[in-house]
Design a protein. Structure first.
Lengths: 635, 406
């Protein structure tokens, strides 16, 4: 390897390759960065629009030949998709700007699911190969190596787009408004700028860049229905490494990541799997706001949380909850084995979602990597059963300790950050954990997973395991609820609502949040350990991004501003997902539509909606009864 | 809530409700039918599963038109696993405990196959793995309840290593996706080639993540090691990037390339006129096979689906044919009887007769090995020959020793 690296010409060519990759990544990331900077939307559908850009470009280039037809098609495809994006912003996102920010993540996630099935329906299941770019088919010979001329086009395009965006932001009135909104959108609104159209135009521009990025890929690869997810996470990472809202930062980050990858694979050929996340973790630990980001003023606290103070259950509600648990424990007398395994899985995800809900709503920290602790708990249990030969009971208790240790380690770094940077650092840690499970084949079995993690005899039957899962879930949720109303919970909520005031009265914010992170991680680990025994096996995808996203969706569906909304969210989402998958191959389309519908109908989540209805329609009747004792005073 | 929002919400609900209604109705137990559970990655890998399902449909139609299994109608209940082992297990549970299927079949991904195989062992049902390629399925993690149809990683590696050994090339570079399929394929190929040709050396290896190959830097890194030949195991979108970038950069010029699965229409067709010529590949040249059994299959398939078959179609068709032969041979549908019947079970497939070996539960389905070429602007396999699976498997007694004792 040393000899190879010593060859200057090779190093130069390898660097060029990295630059070309950086350009593709930058186009998508810049759009995401602009959208996030202004609207604070975590746009999960960005990858979907990237993919749509490629598909539409494929269809157009197929129809219009020639150089003019080709380049015109790419541009036209990006414009069409940008129009679709604007339409989605107006029809969907505009209706939910007033609710907690993460709810828009849920809406865009629903759209992503729908698009995945829709493209297969529209363009068929086969991979599609578009034409090569006219005028850029060949290669240029440099220092004895052939470099594709299309790479040079991309290399030029990256800085060109960066320059154009700079001009747009610094030399036009619109750009000034966008930058102002990035810094303080409430102030911009207060000054009389029509936010609606500003947001729509920014969104359309961001989607245009994503779709263009996708369209530009067709001379290099095939258009497939899976290309949205492969770009989405990386684009997010690049945005965060660069610093939110900083387009120049995104460019630097794209170059940094791509070059590190181009040279990293020479020394460690397997590094690509985890490289971007390693870079992100290192950058965020050293520079909490990314390379060029500035600590932004958090959007002013939405009034929502203080409107309805949290209260412990009233006697009536307690009776209702007890009734629900009783009904749930009678399930084995009503349904068969399959229903019970589904019931067990729902119980497990209730606990998982409740633990995520705890760190998100009580701790005020949105974790995008909660699957790490779910998976660590599962692997912990699997190690103890398969490698150490311990019985299920011991593994269930000791397995989650691995999750606890992981949460303690990762949480210590994470709680120094806040907002989306916190979320992305948790994601980075989760992906690093995932790649260890994936790569350390001798111990974890790699992607083939660990098999033979079956439960003890008394819980091997569907009934036994269901009661076990139900018991653990009920106890776990009750414990988390008790924590919310304990002094620790109050202190945590104080730190969430105003870190400054909390610290002034002597609360150690970082320590409180770290403890909350560990608590949440441990309960997630317990859920993971149960899942290992339910499935009889453990796989790296227990630690994967989809599990983290599922958790987020459950919490958001239930309602962020509630005490235990995640329980309802988990039951509804998991039951719906399993039922749909069993019934149709288009489960993503239906599930996505359901999520979008729920977002529009219940913008405060299911439980939030129920609480709204209760407070609106049930008169003082209920409130008068014995609730004054547990009531908080509204601030 | 505004009325407009309400209207939109109602519309959304009606769409969802309609879509849910369109979904297949649950399977009901009926007299005079034998039900078989089948699981595959329908939503996430439609490129494979779509022709696979069409293959199954053809076999089912033929079998039931001919009177079914001893007068009973053969019914296959298919479930989606979304490419995740955990979801595959949920589906398996539903099929076994609710739909009461006689046995399980299916699977594409190796980890899904292994999860189902472990489930089969735990719940004592027979699992016929159709596509998963990993050798662990029948060897290091094999069990009594699992049988596998598809020509395995080891078999195809052996076929390609045989071809590779005839090449003058001494310096080899490898590219494979970074997961078990790629890792175990490269390991077996290296072992078998080195055995035949102790003089070869492996000078570079690249492991891009599945679906995310950064083709430029990967190819440049390979080129820099100056290999005589390249072994490739990437497929689908990664393969297209690899081929396009490699063609432009001239990395394949004056180098032999041995490429796994590339001759399968699923992966070869997208390459169109950019198909590299002269690569040694395994695959399925449906346009050039003139055996009577394949011709019959091809005509029937085209008549029913108005489309040409992919390799997935062969696998789907042969899976259902295997299941039917198994049920015909078994004395009843108890798992013990089915396992006994599956051992040394003979099945006629479009690739000719196969046997499920009793020693390691692997079928002797073979594969076509040939070279890539371009005809009329389309990628095809030329100079191909069929390799019998039995010739590329270790003897049954030896293979049986690779399995855990339990």
């Amino acid at each position: 390897m040393d000899i190879i690296l010593a060859q200057a010409s090779f190093v130069f060519i390898q660097a060029l390759g990295g630059l070309a990759s950086a350009a593709s990544l930058f186009l998508v990331a810049s759009g995401l960065s602009i959208i996030f900077g202004v609207t604070r939307i975590t746009n999960f559908a960005h990858g979907a629009f990237y993919m749509l850009g490629a598909y539409v470009a494929f269809t157009l280039t197929d129809r219009f030949g020639g150089a003019f037809g080709f380049w015109g098609s790419l541009l036209l495809a990006a414009l069409i998709v940008a129009a679709l994006g604007a339409l989605m912003e107006m029809a969907l996102l505009r209706r939910i700007y007033h609710v907690p920010e993460l709810f828009q993540l849920l809406a865009t996630f629903g759209v992503t699911l729908m698009v995945q099935d829709l493209v297969v329906m529209a363009w068929g299941p086969d991979d599609l190969m578009g034409p090569r770019a006219p005028g850029f088919r060949g290669a240029v010979e440099i220092l004895g190596h052939r470099v594709p001329s299309y790479d040079f086009l991309l290399m030029a395009l990256g800085p060109a787009v960066l320059g154009l965006l700079w001009l747009l932001f610094h030399r036009t009135r619109w750009g000034v408004l966008v930058r102002a909104a990035t810094q303080d959108r409430d102030m911009v609104a207060a000054l009389g700028v029509n936010q609606k159209w500003l947001f729509t135009s920014v969104f359309a521009l961001g989607i245009f860049l994503a779709a263009l990025g996708g369209a530009l890929q067709i001379p290099r690869t095939t258009v497939t229905h899976g290309m949205d997810l492969s770009i989405l996470v990386e684009a997010f990472v690049v945005v965060v490494i660069g610093g939110l809202g900083s387009v120049t930062g995104a460019f630097l980050a794209a170059v940094l990541v791509s070059e590190l990858n181009a040279f990293g694979i020479l020394l460690l050929p397997k590094i690509s799997l985890v490289l971007v996340f390693l870079v992100m973790a290192v950058v965020l630990v050293l520079r909490p706001w990314g390379l060029l980001g500035k600590p932004f003023t958090a959007a002013r606290q939405a009034a929502g949380i203080s409107v309805r103070p949290w209260q412990p259950f009233s006697p009536a509600e307690r009776a209702l909850a007890a009734g629900a648990i009783l009904a749930a424990s009678a399930l084995p007398f009503l349904v068969g084995d399959y229903g019970l395994t589904v019931g067990s899985e729902i119980c497990i995800f209730v606990l998982f979602a409740a633990s995520l809900h705890f760190i998100m709503t009580v701790g005020g920290l949105d974790s995008f990597g909660h699957a790490a602790y779910f998976g660590l708990g599962a692997y912990g249990a699997a190690f103890l059963t398969v490698l150490a030969g311990l019985p299920m009971e011991a593994a269930l208790i000791a397995g989650p300790l691995l999750a606890l240790a992981g949460a303690a380690l990762f949480g210590w770094f994470s709680v120094r950050l806040s907002g989306v940077y916190f979320a992305m650092l948790t994601l980075a840690f989760a992906q690093i954990t995932w790649s260890i499970a994936f790569q350390w084949v001798e111990v974890t079995g790699g992607d083939n997973g660990m098999l033979g993690v079956w439960p003890a005899d008394w819980a091997a039957g569907a009934r036994g395991f269901y009661w076990l899962s139900l018991g653990v879930a009920v106890a776990g949720v009750a414990a988390l609820r008790a924590l919310v109303f304990s002094p620790f919970g109050y202190a945590l909520r104080a730190a969430r609502d105003s870190a400054l005031r909390a610290e002034a009265i002597g609360l150690d914010r970082a320590r409180l949040q770290w403890l909350a992170f560990i608590v949440a991680g441990t309960f997630a680990g317990l859920a993971g350990a149960l899942q290992a025994f339910l499935k009889g096996s453990v796989f790296p995808d227990f630690l994967g991004i989809p599990v983290s996203v599922d958790g987020l969706v459950m919490v958001l569906l239930g309602g962020v501003e509630t005490v235990s909304g995640a329980v309802a969210g988990a039951v509804v989402y998991k039951a719906l997902a399993i039922w749909l998958m069993s019934r149709t191959d288009l489960s993503r389309l239906v599930l996505g539509s359901a999520i979008v519908a729920i977002v529009l109908l219940f913008p405060r989540g299911i439980v939030g909606f129920v609480e709204d209805a209760r407070d609106r329609y049930l008169p003082a009747l209920l409130r008068g009864r014995g609730r004054s004792s547990g009531r908080e005073t509204a601030p | 809530m505004t009325s407009g929002l309400k209207a939109l919400g109602l519309k959304a609900i009606s769409i969802v409700a309609a879509a849910a209604l369109m979904a297949a109705a649950p399977a009901r137990a009926q007299q005079g039918e034998i039900r078989v559970g089948e699981i595959n990655s329908y939503s996430t890998l439609p490129g494979f599963t779509d022709p696979y399902r069409k293959g199954m449909e053809l076999a089912l139609k033929e079998i039931n038109d001919a009177g079914g299994i001893r007068g009973q109608k053969l019914v296959v209940i298919s479930k989606d696993d979304a490419g995740k082992p955990g979801d595959a297990l949920t589906a398996a549970n539903e099929l076994v405990s609710r739909d009461r299927v006689a046995l399980l079949a299916g699977g594409f991904l190796s980890n899904v196959g292994l999860a189902l195989s472990d489930f089969a062992k735990q719940k004592k049902v027979l699992y016929l793995a159709s596509e998963p390629l990993t050798d662990a399925l029948v060897w290091s993690k094999g069990n009594d309840y699992t049988f596998r149809l598809r020509t395995s990683n080891y078999m195809q590696a052996a076929m390609l290593a045989e071809e590779a050994a005839r090449l003058p090339a001494k310096r080899w570079a490898t590219v494979a996706p970074n997961y078990e399929y790629g890792q175990s394929f490269v390991a077996v190929f290296r072992e078998l080639l080195t055995k035949k040709r102790p003089d070869v050396e492996f000078v570079a290896e690249q492991w891009p993540p599945l679906g995310k190959i950064d083709a430029g830097p990967v190819l440049q890194a390979i080129d820099a090691a100056k290999p005589d030949a390249i072994l490739n195991a990437t497929f689908a979108a990664d393969l297209v990037k690899f081929v396009r970038e490699g063609n432009t950069r001239g990395v394949f010029k004056n180098r032999a390339v041995v490429s796994y699965l590339t001759g399968e229409p699923e992966y070869l067709d997208p390459l169109k006129d950019e198909t590299p010529e002269g690569w040694i590949v395994t695959g399925y040249p449906w346009y050039g096979i003139d055996t009577p059994e394949h011709k019959a299959f091809l005509d029937a398939y085209r008549a029913l689906h108005n489309d040409y078959p992919r390799l997935g179609s062969i696998i789907g068709y042969s899976t259902v044919r295997s299941v039917a032969a198994l049920l015909e041979r078994a004395t009843d549908t108890s798992t013990e009887a089915l396992i006994e019947a599956a051992k040394n079970l003979e099945v006629n497939t479009p690739f000719g007769p196969i046997v499920y070996r009793a020693g390691d539960h692997q079928s002797t389905l073979g594969a076509y090995v040939g070279r890539t070429g371009i005809v009329d602007g389309k990628g095809v396999m030329v100079d191909f020959a069929f390799r019998k699976g039995a010739d590329y498997l270790p003897p049954e007694e030896e293979a049986a020793k690779l399995r855990p004792r339990n």
